[in-house]
Design a binder for this molecule. Structure first.
Ligand code: G3P
Length: 226
């Protein structure tokens, strides 16, 4: 088992759900780890910031931060520097999640500082245009997630497959080496299969796993076509 992020990838964002408070983040990360070990799938987890180091030290799968701040080590009280995120064992970071936006003028700095510490960068975008703009900063991944579908029951792959195809085209036009992910409402293996068929390198999801009664069964289903 390696902490390297390979493709196709399933990234599970734990957000700040009550289910992942206390030992919940580690318990869920260990379920993801066991499914990854059993199936060979690349499953990454994004625990809440307070548990980032704790979870990173305990599991063998890649752990990503949900956010980084555009700050270098130094006088930066309360900010989360890419350097400290890397130092606690994380493999990468989300940037500009729909629920934790970064002002456009600071996005490039977040990506640059993260790359400087060898964190893999996953920049989130609400739509095709923001994805194309984010591509100028050359993150390793861009995840398109229409905000109105986030946390819902309908997967973006069936509700709006066009936004995925158009994002893949727009991003690849700017830089062919950037991988596109999609997210919002993704819950099943069929959704993941559809995402890959639309040209993505995987998915970013949350509630389908975190709020599931049996996350292990959901995860086994999610990775079955990888
Ligand atoms: O970061 C993943 C996310 O915003 C999608 O959430 O609950 O629709 O899978 P969800």
């Amino acid at each position: 088992m390696t902490k390297r992020i390979s493709k196709p990838v399933v990234i599970v964002n734990f957000k700040a759900y009550g289910e992942v408070e206390k030992e919940g983040a580690l318990t869920l990360a260990m379920v993801c780890e066991s499914v990854a070990e059993e199936t060979g799938a690349c499953i990454c987890v994004c625990p809440p910031s307070v548990d980032l180091g704790y979870v990173s030290r305990k599991v063998s799968i890649p752990v990503l931060s949900q956010n980084v701040d555009p700050r270098a080590p130094g006088s930066a009280t309360g900010w989360m520097t890419p350097s400290m995120v890397k130092g606690c064992g994380a493999a990468g970071t989300l940037i500009n999640h729909s629920e934790h936006k970064v002002p456009k003028n600071l996005m490039g700095e977040c990506v640059e500082l993260s790359k400087g510490t060898e964190l893999v960068t996953v920049v989130c975008a609400d739509d095709v245009q923001s994805a194309a703009q984010a591509a100028e900063f050359r993150p390793e991944f861009i995840a398109v997630e229409p905000p109105e579908l986030i946390g819902g029951d309908v997967s973006v792959t069936s509700a709006n497959p066009r936004v995925i195809e158009e994002t893949v085209d727009a991003v690849k036009k700017v830089n062919g080496s950037i991988n596109v992910l999609c997210g919002a409402g993704v819950k099943t293996g069929e959704d993941v299969k559809a995402a890959l068929g639309l040209g993505t390198s995987g998915v970013l999801l949350a509630s389908g796993v975190v709020k599931a009664k049996d996350p292990r069964t959901v995860l086994l289903d999610l990775v079955k076509y990888l």
